[in-house]
Structures are given as structure tokens and as C-alpha cells.
Design a protein around this ligand. Sequence first.
Ligand code: NAD
Length: 243
Amino acid sequence: MKKYVLITGASRGIGRSSALLFAKNNYHVFLNCRSSADELTQVKETIDRIEGASCDIVMGDAGNPKEVREIFKKIETVCGRLDVLVNNAGISHIGLLSDMSDDEWDAVIQTNLSSVFYCCRAAIPKMVSEKRGRIINVSSMWGVSGASMEAAYSASKSGVNGLTRALAKELAPSNIQVNAIACGVIDTVMNSQLSESEKKALEYDIPMGRFGSPAEIAKVIWDLANAPEYMTGQILGVDGGYL
Ligand code: NAD
């Protein structure tokens, strides 16, 4: 029998890799992103070419509560409940905090942190009624240690980590596991603004000597979806030894 997963921010990077991995392993995947309709359609087309795989596109801003309600209405027309929710959508913002506008701050917090609240709030009731479900939040090592020039991003991911730990306690009696991944530097569009020399300098600081790949994070997301039920409330570092 098929299982059901919603992956926010699935048009590229970590979300796309995760979508392909779940689709290949008997999950019906709900693919979300806010605005990259063409990229998301390409992901759907790739999944549709895999024998036995299936997916639906559920476009919408994960950081907007009304749009998240619409996303879940669509999901409910296909399945009773999600087996797995992967809160992956995220944006970065690099710059001095003192130069940041209200709108820029709001965009980072809404996209990275409030989206996790909106999607969890929508997914939890049906998981609770079945006493089963997994929530996996894609966080960052900067949410653990803080990064200069990325204060808002670090704050949003610290929030995700705190939410993960607290929600895991709240939902453990309902047999729902909530975990997060504190990713290190991963080779995605999010880091495409780095120059070659900046990339080299960053690689020098990473004990593994390289950026992680989206596929490596997807594998950890998959592992968390299949981990023993007793594992919950954890912030898993996957950072090439950086922290
Ligand atoms: P990416 O930029 O390649 O992908 C981000 C995805 O999120 C895209 O599909 C984009 O369309 C989507 N998205 C952005 N805003 C959205 C919104 N409001 N609603 C719905 N979808 C939205 O980046 P990535 O590296 O694959 O990032 C995925 C997650 O991993 C993010 O939460 C990011 O913070 C986290 N992360 C990335 C790194 C890294 O180095 N790349 C490090 C730590 C954590």
C-alpha cells in the first residue's frame, strides 16, 4: 500500500532529491513550492517516468497560513492523512542585521519558521487520530551555532530546532516522531551566490573538505522517516564534521 508524504520546497535542491527518493520507494509524493511552477513540473515529470511512482503538485507559499490551508484541502482530496511531513522550504538572507528591512526579516521568519508551524498544525490532527506519523524539519547548523551575517536565518533555524524538541514531547504520547536535520553547507542554489574563492575558503573549514550533496541529506530524511519510533526530538547534525 502507498504511503503519503508532503515535501515543501520540492522544486530543486534537497526537496527535489527527497521527492525522488520517496517516490522511488512507494510513497505518493505531494510536491510543493511557492513559485517555481516549471521546475516543479519537471520534478513531477521525472517521477511520472519511474515505474509505479506517483505524485501531485500542490503549489503555494508554505509561509502563508491561507495558502497552507488550501494545500491541505487538496491533499485531503487524495488521501486521509500524511504518513510523513517534510518541512524543507527555506530561504537564506546574507547581510548585516542592522541593514535588514522589516519585510526581509518577515520573509525569512515566515518562510523558514512559520511555515513549519502552519504545516504541522494542518497535518497533526489526522496523525493524532491514527497515532502514527513522522515530521522531519530541515534545519541548519547555523540554528545551533549562529552565523555572522545570517542572524535572521540563524534565529529562524534555532526556532525550528526549539519547535522540533517541544513538539516531539507534545506528540510522543500520540506516537508521532518529530526530528530535525541540522544541515551543514549543501551544494544547492542556496549557495550559488558564492564566488569560487569563497567556496574554496568554506571548503577549507569543513573537515570533510567539501560541501554535502542534496542526495546525502535526502538519505538522512529517508532514514528519519524509517527510524525506530523511540527516536524523537533529535536535531541531527549532518555537516561534514563542521560543528
Ligand atoms: P534551494 O534554494 O535549492 O531550495 C529551496 C526550496 O524551497 C525551493 O524549492 C524553493 O522554491 C522553495 N521555497 C522557498 N520559499 C518557499 C515558500 N515560501 N513556500 C514554498 N516553497 C518555498 O535550497 P536548499 O539548499 O535545497 O534548501 C532546502 C532547505 O535546506 C532549506 O530549509 C534550507 O534552509 C536548508 N538548508 C540548506 C543548506 C545549504 O547549504 N543549502 C544548509 C542548511 C540548511
